[in-house]
Design a protein around this ligand. Structure first.
Ligand code: UGA
Length: 364
């Protein structure tokens, strides 16, 4: 099998390459300027690595040459960090729409199967969140179904939605290419994939505000308070990266089942509020370090505006309907939130904690 992967050097790409190269007979043409997370594969003869984004005339030409010989094209390239949606909306719209547009055009021109990684954020906020009492007693008003749930976003000045809107438009473009040219496609909507190598630790291997897991991990390792945005009452379902990679392989193995479908990939059993996530992470870190002081690690509230700046609006709840992935791919997630956190936090601890000077001691 020959695969073209745009954005192969990120969190998902690194785990996908680990999985693919454990198998026989897989060759990858990969594009990514960042290679730290895939250092184990840099000398693998089955990886033809292009250290670049697919975003210029020269790269489009090289990319098109590779696509001609591919069985499938996987697009993982994106800016998917909420702290940038309202602060760098132009870069976000470019990376998630304009840079993907030629990739889709090339796939359509060569009639190649495009597996595009979208986001659960295309659903926006749930219908339930707009009701006066904001109750979740009717699943029809909050469960996310690929075929029937409306995609609802806030006003233009709430630039949080720059990302979701760009992602939604590229989904619509992909669907239109399928409709008008017959290009086969699969759209994947990830719901909070967690695992080792996710994001970065500010001041160590990146700058700015990463996603919540790395924010809380940084706070624990630096002995600083974990910050809950607007009280931490939003909800997320967390799926282990290993379950997610199994879903991608199920798609590659059964193109007849996966083609021309949109799939939620998440884990309904791993739902938490962000406050619960913070509490679970400090308990887990106390276990990992053997230091009971972390059980009392400070958790503080901040407003969204203080944390992200103006124009941030949150998705309230993400409960995926997974019937389609179960029936078509014969896939279901298996890994608990606890196992996922233990694995991921142990990874961060091993890679970063020993180098981190304690800024102040936490007392039990
Ligand atoms: C992000 C991306 O926007 C999605 O594209 C992506 O699919 C998704 O992550 C994912 O990982 O699958 P989101 O879940 O909002 O969406 O990103 P996080 O930064 O992980 O935030 C989760 C929640 O934690 C939000 O309510 C946020 O306000 C809160 N948060 C974040 C805190 O309370 N404290 C922090 O330090 C950081």
């Amino acid at each position: 099998m020959r695969l073209v992967i745009a954005g192969c050097g990120g969190f998902i790409g690194s785990h996908l390459l680990d999985d693919l190269f454990r198998r026989e007979g897989i060759d990858v043409d990969g594009w990514d300027p960042e290679t730290d997370k895939i250092s184990d594969h840099l000398f693998n003869p089955h990886l033809n690595l292009h250290r670049a984004l697919v975003d210029s005339k020269e790269t489009w030409k090289e990319f098109e040459d590779a696509v001609r010989h591919a069985d499938a094209v996987i697009n993982l390239a994106a800016i998917c960090n909420p702290s940038q949606y309202n602060t760098k909306p132009l870069a976000v719209i470019k990376a998630n729409f304009f840079d993907v547009y030629p990739v889709v055009e090339i796939c359509a021109r060569h009639h190649k199967w495009l597996i595009h990684f979208s986001t659960s954020e295309v659903y926006g906020r749930t219908l339930a969140s707009y009701l006066p009492d904001n109750r979740y007693d009717n699943p029809d008003l909050f469960e996310l179904d690929e075929a029937t749930t409306p995609l609802i976003m806030g006003p233009i000045q709430n630039q949080r939605w720059s990302y979701a809107c760009a992602k939604q438009l590229i989904e619509r473009f992909i669907f239109a290419c399928h409709y008008e040219t017959g290009m086969p496609f699969t759209i994947v909507r990830p719901l909070n994939f967690f695992g080792p190598k996710m994001d970065f630790i500010p001041g160590r291997d990146g700058d700015g505000v990463p996603r919540v897991l790395a924010c809380f991990m940084t706070a624990l390792m630096n002995r600083e308070p974990m910050l809950l945005v607007d009280g931490g009452n939003r909800m997320r379902t967390v799926v282990s990266i290993h379950d997610a990679i199994r879903a991608i392989w199920a798609m590659l193995e059964r193109p007849d089942r996966a083609m021309n479908q949109v799939f939620n990939i998440g884990n309904r059993d791993n739902e938490v509020t962000i406050r619960e996530l913070a509490e679970l992470m400090r308990d887990t870190y106390a276990e990992i370090t053997g230091n009971a002081a972390f059980l009392q690690h400070p958790i503080e509230s901040v407003t969204a505006e203080e944390f992200y700046g103006p124009g941030y609006e949150d998705c309230d709840r993400r409960m995926p309907n997974l019937d389609r992935a179960r029936t078509l791919l014969d896939w279901a997630p298996r890994i608990s939130l606890r196992e996922t956190l233990v694995e991921t936090m142990q990874f961060y601890h091993d890679h970063y904690a020993t180098e981190t000077p304690a800024r102040s001691e936490v007392t039990a």
